[in-house]
Design a binder for this molecule. Structure first.
Ligand code: GUN
Length: 280
């Protein structure tokens, strides 16, 4: 029997706990606050940012949004980040990516104080994750680990295969799984014999943004399949990287899209903001 991992419900329960924690912090005069910077008009980013603001509102995290025009200069963006770094009332800073052409997202991430880097994108936090030290872990990998742990899916000793090597998901997820003693392979567009590798995975994670890329033949019987893909089709429907309908009976656990990894990413962002406010 396969079980569908309910990221939506799990994220809700995490948000509820965070809400209680935020109330307690307020009694101690700490008011967690997140600043989100968005540059330009990327449609998907607008939806993500809206969902982040909704989650903040629900939990009682204060939220400030900076919507900058498409033609913003790098120096202006860096100046704003510097201002927010120096604002003691702000605990978390997030620069929504992608940025418009001509702006360097990595430079922006590097400018954010590592102590306020709730996305876990600053090289200091990336390095600390590599060294298995306490840090801000980027939210999607963190959410995936939380899902596996909540459903008691063994990570230690498991063979985990990740498709996709992005800085936001694939690479940090590989480190998270390695830190938890999995054996990890990261596959990407140049990987040869992909199916031979994915078929061996106890835990298979796809994070490439290609609708229904992972087919039944690529998956081992009884595996756990985590789908990070959020692909919006022409009819507005969201489709994952995984051919969910054809795979779901073959595996032990599988995440749906929507309602799987997506809500967990936002819940873990909220977790990181609360953590930042406590360390402040
Ligand atoms: N763009 C897509 N995902 C993310 C994310 O997790 N954080 C930021 N800052 N931008 C993103």
């Amino acid at each position: 029997m396969s079980e569908i991992i309910n990221g939506k419900e799990l994220a809700k329960s995490i948000r509820l706990k965070l809400k209680e924690e935020v109330n307690e912090l307020k009694n101690a005069n700490i008011r967690p606050k997140l600043a989100v910077i968005m540059v330009g008009n990327d449609k998907a980013s607008k939806v993500y940012v809206k969902n982040k603001s909704k989650a903040c509102e629900e939990i009682g995290i204060e939220y400030e949004e900076y919507l900058l025009p498409e033609n913003t200069k790098m120096t202006e963006l860096l100046e704003l980040i510097e201002k927010l770094n120096n604002d003691v009332t702000i605990h978390g800073i997030l620069v929504q990516s992608p940025l418009p052409e001509g702006l360097d997202a990595n430079e922006a991430f590097r400018k954010i104080s590592p102590k306020k880097d709730v996305d876990g994108f600053h090289p200091v936090n990336v390095g600390k994750l590599s060294l298995n030290q306490d840090c801000f872990v980027s939210c999607t990998p963190y959410g995936i680990i939380k899902m596996l742990e909540t459903y008691n899916i063994p990570i230690e000793g498991a063979y985990a295969v990740i498709i996709g090597r992005s800085n936001i998901v694939g690479k940090p997820l590989a480190k998270c799984l390695l830190n938890k003693n999995a054996t990890v392979t990261v596959c990407h567009s140049r990987t040869k014999n992909l199916k031979n590798i994915t078929k061996q995975a106890d835990i298979l994670i796809s994070a490439i943004g290609k609708p229904k890329f992972v087919t039944k033949e690529m998956v081992k019987e009884g595996a756990t399949v985590i789908d990070v893909g959020i692909n919006r089709m022409n009819d507005g429907k969201l489709i994952g990287d995984v051919d969910f309908e054809n795979i779901k009976e073959k595996v032990s656990y599988i995440t749906p899209v929507p309602g799987g990894v997506g809500p967990m990413t936002i819940a873990m962002l909220m977790h990181n903001v609360v953590k930042a406010s406590k360390q402040h």
